[in-house]
Write a protein that binds this ligand. Structure first.
Ligand code: ATP
Ligand code: MG
Length: 576
């Protein structure tokens, strides 16, 4: 069912993967060898230089960005154009007195200026912090306050939200407005006018590998978002994973659907493709099944990186839609953000001939850590194997590695990889608590099989203890969404006097199915048959949709709080 490497390699027009032999690359891995493929002038590293300037020098006319606006307008930028624009923005920042290490926030839709802004800030040595444009004023204020943001770059549409909180943000010295429609108006600190007046050349701040570059707040799936801070040297990890996991080749057109308000939208919507010198599509608008396939067709996208929630929505919309488009440019597809249900992997294969390759990482890890690769056969439901160069383990409660296959424990990583976060901003204690026994503790539970594939079980907080069984929500959710009526499922443990917890599921249905008592019984029956009565949900509720973060993750803690009538906790990242 699922295509493995030899079949893919034989298919016409397919390029040989960069990672041809997983075991060999793993044995011979050296981060220094990866560094040697980058520029790193005099041992210095600035992400903007590695992603933009070095390509502008070698291939100035190469397309860096194909941008499509929500209204269908298309704009293109070469690496050389991007080099000059980011230089200009670095000059603008310096003129404003923004200094090395200052926090510069970006609160904008996915417009070209957002990308120019982030890289310009990196060139000036500032710390760039992009936020989801859909945030309300409070989550923005929270984050700016926590990081003592100095400058906010935004757009006219979003300005009112900033004006509403500005008085409460003493650190915020400047608010800059990008007005694409009207151009330079001078009404505010005006991006267009300042850029017009800035010089094309700028010296890049001589940052080293350990200098701050980016701040990202975690998704808030399990609690209050944490401000993970990253360094310029992370680009070594972005480049390596872009090459070996995204399998980027010079002629690719790559599309990452994530917003830069989420780490996937920077690590893989900025740094990985551009450090590899690859053209990327950026689409300003949001999800639309027909629209997305139309974009792949129009821009000849070859490598596509998306998320399980989007894949489930595509599945819900049906396989007829991709069949109405010419998707022959696509050669490789991936998913991240949540466990990818086996149904999702297989659906890609059925709908357009390519399975989705799942991979795992976190805001904190900065780059992909565990992945499926084009040359390694997929086991649907598994997140794959550690990146060569990454040591992963399943550890027990005493932080000892568990060697026995398929024994569940916490997923841990050996610290020291280049893209690792270097702190939670103003929360050193929490940062330190994530390192124990020589490991970085991920807070996720997983198993490893005898062949080295990792299988996600659930978040530490989400694992259910029912009558002595430990049940991972993912396993139950995956079985539920195998049923033709189910679009999404979220599973929680509900306190119970006898069993300690019972398994309770919330499901949303595909179009054309009604939430009847009969269907509920059918779903319970289906789950019992597949999972056994000990693990199958005892209760199933129907919901029109499940609560999700803006990065598309099911918020099980919210399902639980609502079920138990408890306070909802931080909901700043909740999607509307
Ligand atoms: P918070 O830390 O604020 O609760 P979060 O953990 O969801 O939010 P992110 O850093 O965006 O914030 O997400 C990382 C987490 O997402 C991982 O720890 C894991 O639980 C989940 N995840 C990401 N990719 C996968 C995957 N391929 N399979 C399973 N889980 C995944
Ligand atoms: Mg997390």
């Amino acid at each position: 069912m699922v295509m493995s490497y030899p079949e893919i390699a034989k298919a016409p027009g397919r390029v040989p993967p960069n990672l041809a032999d997983y075991e060999a690359l793993r044995r011979g891995w050296s981060w220094d060898a990866v560094r040697a493929e980058l520029e790193l002038p005099g041992g210095l590293v600035n992400q903007a230089n590695e992603c933009i300037d070095r390509h502008a020098r070698r291939a100035p006319d190469r397309l860096a960005m194909i941008w499509e606006g929500s209204d269908g307008r298309v704009e293109r930028l070469t690496f050389e154009e991007l080099r000059r624009l980011t230089n200009r923005f670095a000059n603008v920042l310096r003129e404003l007195g923004i200094a090395r290490g200052d926090r510069v926030f970006f609160f904008a839709d996915r417009i070209p200026e957002l990308y120019v802004g982030v890289f310009g800030a990196l060139k000036a040595g500032a710390i760039a912090a992009p936020l989801f444009s859909a945030f309300g004023p409070e989550p923005v204020a929270e984050r700016v306050r926590r990081a003592d943001g100095v400058l906010m770059v935004t757009t006219p549409r979003l300005l009112a939200k900033i004006e509403a909180i500005r008085a409460d943000l003493p650190s915020l010295q400047h608010v800059m407005v990008i007005d694409r429609e009207r151009g330079a108006t001078g009404a505010h600190l005006d991006y267009m006018r300042l850029m017009d007046g800035a010089a094309d050349e700028a010296a890049i701040e001589p940052t080293g590998a350990e200098d701050w570059s980016l701040m990202h707040f975690t998704s808030g799936t399990t609690g209050l978002p944490k401000g993970a801070a990253h360094v310029h040297g992370a680009v070594v990890g972005h480049y390596a994973t872009g090459k070996y996991v995204l399998d980027l080749h010079p002629d690719d057109v790559y599309w990452c659907t994530a917003d830069p308000g989420w780490v996937t939208g920077t690590s893989y919507g900025m740094f990985a493709p551009w450090s590899n010198g690859v053209t990327q599509l950026i689409y300003e608008g949001g999800f639309g099944a027909g629209k997305w396939f139309e974009l792949i067709e129009r821009h000849r996208v070859s490598v596509w990186y998306t998320a399980p929630t989007a894949i489930r929505m595509l599945m819900k919309a049906g396989a007829r839609i991709p069949q109405q488009h010419d998707l022959s440019s696509l050669r490789y597809t991936m998913s991240v953000g949540e466990p990818l249900n086996p149904e999702g992997v297989v659906w890609g294969q059925e709908a357009f001939g390519l399975p989705f390759h799942d991979n795992w990482w976190q805001t904190e890890t900065g780059a992909i850590m565990i992945a499926n690769y084009p040359s390694v056969p997929i086991r649907p439901g598994s997140m794959g194997k550690p990146l060569p160069g990454i040591e992963a383990a399943i550890i027990d409660d005493e932080f000892r590695a568990i060697d026995e296959p398929m024994r569940e424990g916490q997923l841990a990583l050996r610290p020291g990889w280049p893209s690792m976060f270097r702190t939670y901003w103003k929360d050193e204690e929490r940062y330190a608590s994530r390192f124990k026994g020589g490991w970085y503790l991920t807070g996720d539970r997983a198993k490893r099989d005898a062949d080295g594939y990792y299988w996600f079980v659930g978040r530490d907080d989400d694992v259910i203890n029912t009558a002595g069984h430990l049940v991972g929500p993912f396993e139950v959710e995956s079985v539920l969404i195998e049923h033709p009526a189910v679009a999404e499922a979220g599973v929680i443990g509900k306190p119970d006097a006898v069993a300690m917890e019972i398994v309770k599921a919330f499901v949303s249905l595909k179009d054309g199915f009604a939430p009847t008592e009969e269907l509920r019984r059918e779903l319970v029956g289906h789950a019992r048959q597949r999972l056994g009565p000990g693990v199958a949900p005892r209760e199933i509720d129907f919901l029109p949709t499940l609560p999700k973060t803006r990065s598309g993750k099911i918020m099980r803690r919210l399902l639980k709080a609502r079920e138990l009538g408890l306070p909802e906790g931080d909901t700043s990242t909740l999607e509307d």
